[in-house]
Design a protein around this ligand. Structure first.
Ligand code: NAP
Length: 334
């Protein structure tokens, strides 16, 4: 085992598009676990667009990462040394211990049997759970309804759309590029896909959703949200999951121009934060895992390699380079 723990620290609050110089590579000694703690070697890091918000010094649903602190993020690791009952060297664990090669924590969770690191960080991890609660608790699609998902080929969107399919809805996805759109309709059970980078979104929605949109699961905000609001059906549910199109803007984006259609159509637009559903995570993860096993949820991960590539791997989310969950492998299990 190495005695050095490489870490990516937050060096500067980003202005506009996040960049490599906002982070700093640091070397620290590998920490020793105290009573009740576990030392784990990080095997894989998971990346979320929300991390861009955590880098800013503003009030949110979670405190900002402090300057000079290890960049926050979910990981899967392997226990090296344990001073916590029920945890043994070799166990695979997940936790929010951030961009570092080793971490001590009293908050690790053991991976359930049959759950690989890739699954733990995607479909049965935060993004799959976000899709589950956002789509099923807020969107509440029913058979025959038309459901639209943006960011549809991403980690959250791809699961959200397939959950609506399981409920019997007709599902249309919006994603960037022909490869992502082909994956949605050929493998991920979507009925149709719109490539927002090469197609006119409003015109395509008119073609594909002539009766209006009953549920819109929004991951991107911006002009796509406006195009959708103009086309909602009566009693539509607009689920605000994320707004990635604005995460790297220096000034707030303008509000949606077509919001008044919510009044005309008696619609509802509601945001949520997945962490509020913590007490129901285990129940949801079990169901998601069963749907994966039954082939009802197709999933993909995009695995980059090398700890030194953590910032670059994070930026892939904003470039749209990832198909499925963005991960970074930094070590093999022992
Ligand atoms: N509310 C919650 O509790 C919660 C929890 C987790 C995640 N989220 C949100 O869910 C959304 C998806 O997160 P994820 O982790 O699953 O990431 P992801 O969808 O796997 O990756 C991000 C995707 O966003 C798209 N994108 C990037 N820039 C864009 C832009 N300017 N306009 C439109 N699309 C853009 C890209 O796909 P294309 O190639 O298709 O553009 C990219 O692949 C994010 O907004 C995130 O903040 C919310």
């Amino acid at each position: 085992m190495s005695e050095i723990n490489r870490q990516w620290l937050l060096r500067a609050r980003p202005v506009g598009m996040v960049k490599e110089s906002d982070f700093e590579l640091n070397e620290a000694p590998v920490p020793a676990p105290e009573n009740g703690q576990v030392l784990a070697r990080t095997l894989m890091l998971a990346f979320e667009p929300a991390m861009r918000g955590w880098m800013e010094d503003r009030e949110s649903y979670i405190p900002p990462v402090g300057l000079g602190e290890v960049m926050r993020g979910m990981v899967v690791g392997q226990v090296v040394e344990s001073r916590r009952e029920g945890f043994e060297p070799g166990d695979l664990v997940s936790g929010m211990t951030g961009w570092q090669e080793y971490a001590v924590s009293d908050g690790f969770t053991k991976l359930a049997p049959g759950v690989t690191p890739e699954l733990a960080l995607s479909v049965v991890g935060i993004t799959g759970l976000t899709a589950y609660f956002g789509m099923l608790d807020l969107g509440r699609p029913s058979a025959g309804e038309t459901v639209l998902v943006s960011g549809a080929a991403g980690a959250t969107g791809s699961v959200a759309g397939q959950l609506a399919k399981i409920e019997g809805a007709r599902v249309v996805g919006i994603a960037g590029g022909s490869e992502k759109c082909a994956w949605l309709t050929k493998e991920a059970h979507f009925d149709a896909a719109i490539d927002y980078k090469s197609e006119e979104v409003g015109a395509r929605l008119d073609e594909l959703c002539p009766g209006g949109i009953d549920v819109y699961f929004d991951n991107v905000g911006g002009s796509i949200l406006d195009d959708v609001l103009a086309r909602i059906a009566q009693r539509a549910r607009v689920v605000l999951c994320g707004g990635i199109s604005a995460y790297n803007l220096e000034d707030p984006a303008p509000g949606p121009r077509n919001y008044f259609n919510l009044v005309i159509q008696r619609g509802r637009m509601e945001g949520f934060i997945v962490l509020d559903y913590l007490p129901r995570f285990a129940e949801a993860a079990e169901k998601l895992l069963a749907w994966v096993a039954e082939g009802k949820i197709a999933w993909k991960v995009d695995v980059q390699e090398g700890f030194e590539n953590a910032p670059k791997t994070f930026f892939r989310l904003f470039e749209g380079s990832n198909l499925g969950k963005q991960l970074l492998k930094i070590a093999d299990p022992a």
